[in-house]
Design a protein. Structure first.
Length: 321
């Protein structure tokens, strides 16, 4: 018996979330006094996983799995779990993970806990801490089923390096052609920029910037910080920025280490989507803006004065490193 986790990859390359789920799985294996098996699908360099404690790596190679397919990927992970007699399975909370987890739970006949933010409080009974109410609170969930599936919230436990000698094996699941009745004809991907899902730092702008012509200062600040750019709902509704950058309860959730909100008042829907960010910095000319109540740090001032000066100082600081 082992703990089994799925390490997601994009075009063969692992992202930070993959290493976080492996780190999480290693701790689960310690808590349950067993070993950790990691499943990969069309990943290129699995050696990286040994640095985070992967005792065993099952590599699946299949050209039909070049693009994400929730049913087929869930079937792969299910068969790997059956092969390893895994009763504790974990996936991440990327878009792919959120799609495949419910399907996988049904296949495994497993109790599924999503939005897990920490290691289990106890393993007997099995209790985990989860985000609830749009990240405004937490609950403690007991999973009583024999097989358990956990969905780890992004950026919740971080990375823990623990170098081991991994055993790498090829694994060939028996895929059902019915899983491929829906296929992707084309996929458009953003290149050359940091995506909101992968970013440790996000710089977000609001309607207070007055127009799309002023977005350059947001991009300049993001560039210095190696950050992703984002926006509030009114900004995307006005067409100033693409909807893919809209963060909030009705947009993309943000779980970055640092979230900088510029000229955003802080409507409840926006706060719900960014509440899981670890440090929130707000720049707003209105001292009564609701966002200040949720912020860790706040600057009351005109964004057109504050942001260029902040960018300048950060550039000066980086030049001394």
């Amino acid at each position: 018996m082992s703990v089994l986790v799925y390490a997601d990859s994009s075009e063969g390359t692992f992202k930070k979330t993959a290493f976080e789920i492996v780190s999480f799985g290693k701790q689960l294996a310690k808590q349950t006094e067993t070993s950790l098996t990691v499943v990969t699908i069309n990943a290129e360099d699995t050696a990286e996983l040994s640095a985070y404690g992967a005792d065993k790596v099952l590599t699946i190679k299949d050209e039909r799995l070049e693009n994400f397919n929730a049913k087929a990927f869930a079937d792969c992970i299910y068969q790997a779990a059956q092969s390893e007699s895994a009763k504790l399975v974990a996936v991440d909370s990327t878009n792919n993970g959120l799609y495949l987890a419910p399907i996988l739970a049904v296949k495994l006949d497993a109790g599924y806990a999503s939005n897990v933010v920490d290691y289990p409080v106890s393993v007997n009974p099995f209790v985990v801490k989860r985000k609830a109410f749009s990240s405004k609170g937490y609950n403690f969930t007991e999973i009583q089923s024999a097989t358990k599936l956990l969905g780890l919230a992004k950026n919740s436990v971080g990375l823990t390096e623990e170098k081991v000698e991994s055993v790498v094996e090829e694994f060939t699941p028996e895929l059902n052609e019915a899983d491929f009745q829906i296929t992707s004809s084309s996929i458009d991907k953003t290149t050359g920029t940091v995506t909101i899902a992968d970013a440790d730092v996000v710089v977000s702008g609001g309607r207070g910037l007055k127009g799309p012509e002023n977005w350059g200062m947001i991009e300049d600040l993001a560039s210095v910080l190696g950050a992703a750019t984002a926006c509030s709902k009114p900004v995307s509704d006005l067409g100033w920025r693409p909807h893919s950058e809209h963060v909030g309860q009705t947009g993309k959730p943000v779980t970055s280490n640092l979230y900088i909100a510029v000229a955003i008042s802080g409507a409840i829907q926006h706060l719900a989507g960014v509440n899981s960010s670890k440090v929130k910095v707000v720049v707003n000319s209105d001292p009564e803006a609701p966002f200040f109540k949720a912020a860790d740090y706040g600057i009351v001032g005109d964004a057109f004065d504050v942001v260029p000066e902040l960018t300048k100082k950060l550039k000066e600081f980086k030049s001394t490193l």
